[in-house]
Design a protein around this ligand. Sequence first.
Ligand SMILES: *Cc1c(COP(=O)(O)O)cnc(C)c1O
Length: 406
Amino acid sequence: MFSIQNIGVEALAEQFGTPVYVYDGHKIEEQIAKMRTAFAGTNLKIKYACKALTNVSIMKLMRKNGVDIDVVSMQEAHLAILAGYEPHQIQYTPSGVAFSEVQEAVEMGLRMNLDSLPLLEKFGQTYGNCFPICLRINPHIMAGGTLKISTGHKDSKFGISIEQAEEINAIVQKYDLNVVGLHQHTGSDFKNANVIIEAAEKLFDLTFKYFPNIQFIDLGSGFKVAYKEDDHVTDMEKLGKEVVKVFNNFCQKFGREVELWFEPGKFLVSESGYLLVRANVVKHNPARNFIGVDSGLNHLIRPMMYDAYHKIINGSNLDGEEKEMYDIVGYICETDTFGKDRLLPKTKEGDIMVIKNAGAYGFSMASNYNSRFRPAEVLIYNGQTHLIRQRETMEDILKNQVVIDL
Ligand SMILES: *Cc1c(COP(=O)(O)O)cnc(C)c1O
C-alpha cells in the first residue's frame, strides 16, 4: 500500500516535476472492496460518478474491478467508451440539458436518467417505450455538509419533485414509458444512514404505487470520507448493514430481486490522490508565516470554493522536531489559501508539500486561470509508476486561440 512515508515524494517530484497529482490504484481497489463487503447480501452495482476524476486510465481501473460508470455529460460518456465501457454500462445523469443531448445519448446506447417533467414528456413523444429509462427523483431531504453540495432538498434544482409523482405517472401512462429504475442523490457528505434510508423508503413507496417494472433502485452517493483524523465519516459497514436490511425487506415485499445501485465519486477516489507541490518561498511576516507553493486554486479549488479542509504535510521533512505554524498559499493572483494555521515541521524553500485527499474534484476541476499549465497525473499501481497525463505546455494554452492580425 502506498504511504507517503515510504514512497519517495522527492523522487516523484524529480521525475515528473511539480505540481503533480499522484494516485494510489490500490487505495481505489480497497474502497471498492469496502463497498462490496458492506452491501454483501444484495445485488449491488457500483456506478463510478466519474466527474470526480475523469482520467481514462482511472476509469479503466474501475472497469477492471467490475465497476460501471455514471456520467453527467456526453464528453464524459465518450471518455468512458475510450476506457472500454459498453454504452449500456454507462448511465447518463445530466442536469437540465437540451433534449437534443438526450437524443444523442439514446442513439449512442447510454442508459438515461431523466430529471424533469418536460424532458420526460419529450422522451415519451419521441421514443415511447422503446428504451428503458430511470427517473431522477428529488425526495426533498436535507442532507449534505453545506447547501452548496446538497442536492436533494426542496429548493434544489436537481431531479423531479417527489410531490409531482402523479404528474410523472400521467406521462408514464400516456406514453407507456419503460421505467426500469428510480434514482435519488441527496448530495455530498451526509453524516448517517438515516438520510439514505429515508430517501430509499420514499423511492420504495413510489415503486409500489406506480412502477411495477423496476429493475433497480439507485441511491446515488454523498458518502463522506475523512479529511482529518477525527472527521465524522460515513461508516460504510454500518450503513451497509442498515441499508441491506431495509432493501431486502423491500425486495421481499415487492416479490422479486431488484438491483441496488450507488454512484460514488469521492468515496472511491478522494483518499487515493495526493497533490505534490513545491515550496517556492517561505515568508515570515510579522503576523503570519506563509509557505507559497507552485500551485493554486487553478489546480485544486476545493479549499477556496467549498472551504474544504485538506491535510497538508511536508514530504521533505516528515518528522522534523522543530515545528512552526504556517499558512500554505497558492501562486495565483487571488487569495488562494490551501490551509490556514497548520503546524508543520520547519519548512524551507524547495521542500515538497503533499496535499491529501486530492483524488476527487481535484484535477477534474482544474483550470488554466492565470494561463498556468494544468499538472501531470501519475498512477501508482502494482508497484509501478505510470504517467497517465502529461503536464500541459504552451501549445495547450494557445490551442484554441485564434490570433488575428491587428
Ligand atoms: C456528483 C454525483 C455523484 C457523486 O457524488 P460524490 O459525493 O462524489 O460521491 C453521484 N451521483 C450524481 C448524480 C452526481 O452528480
